[in-house]
Design a protein around this ligand. Structure first.
Ligand code: SF4
Length: 251
């Protein structure tokens, strides 16, 4: 591997180091089963890009957002690593926020050209010219807003987390799409309805409700999610990786 370690000081955008314009900042790569959404259980090669334009209060990957870590790696070596993961033929490009990185299109295009099915996981607040097999968008609701102790990031997060124009554009970046809402209770429902009102023709079975947390959800929250999904034809968003591995990196 020819990547090198850097301190990722720029927290919003992460420009490639001078002379390495073909690189992406990578917090981790690993092979596991997809834990969330419609492809839960599918063996997949994961690449987690490091850096995010948001700062969710409950972010479960702070090493790719609040305090981004990782190495700069070339698109070429990432694609070679994904190919070497055969017979795994699914890739998940996650973050952080993949859409803030200019080289995203090269990575996704290269993976697909290698015959790999690509999912991009995003919050849907920034758009970029890219084509994936599955676009998995998790719009951030008010329950994601960090406390005042987060300093300027509280206002930045609030200003950025809702971007209907970007959300509409990003949803068109995949051959298939899904929307995953992280919820803490019934108070989230009016905001979900507002988000959906900005979108056209979202099928109920493209929408997932995922109880917030990195442990088994409390029974009342689980029950509310279940009843809401049954009433609306939405899908219950289980977190298989938490059940199988707990909240651990590389899973
Ligand atoms: S958008 Fe995702 S990676 Fe960024 S802070 Fe929120 S949960 Fe973390």
């Amino acid at each position: 591997m020819t990547s090198r370690t850097v301190t990722m000081r720029p927290l919003d955008e992460a420009p490639a180091p001078v002379g390495r314009a073909d690189t992406l900042p990578v917090a981790e790569t690993f092979v596991s089963v997809q834990g969330e959404g419609g492809l839960a259980g599918v063996p997949s090669w994961f690449v987690r890009l490091s850096g995010c334009n948001l700062r969710c209060a409950w972010c479960d990957t702070p090493y790719a957002s609040w305090a981004p870590e990782g190495t700069w790696r070339t698109v070429e070596e990432l694609i070679a690593e994904a190919r070497a993961a055969a017979p795994v033929r699914h890739a998940v490009v996650t973050g952080g926020e993949p859409f803030i990185f200019p080289r995203l299109s090269d990575l996704v295009g290269g993976l697909r050209a290698a015959g790999v099915h690509v999912t991009i996981e995003t919050a849907g607040t920034a758009d970029r010219d890219v084509r994936a097999d599955l676009i998995s968008v998790s719009p951030k609701l008010a329950n994601s807003t960090p406390p005042a102790s987060a300093g300027p990031w509280r206002d930045r997060h609030e200003a950025r987390r809702s971007n209907p124009e970007a959300l509409r554009a990003v949803l068109g970046r995949g051959a298939a799409r899904q929307l995953k809402f992280v919820v803490t209770g019934p108070d989230d429902l009016p905001e979900i309805d507002r988000v959906l009102s900005h979108l056209e023709a979202v099928r109920p079975d493209e929408i997932f409700l995922m109880p917030e947390g990195v442990t088994a959800p409390p029974p009342p929250l689980r029950q509310w999610c279940l009843e809401t999904c049954l009433a609306r034809g939405w899908r219950y968003g289980h977190r298989l990786h938490i059940e199988l591995f707990g909240n651990r990196r590389g899973t």
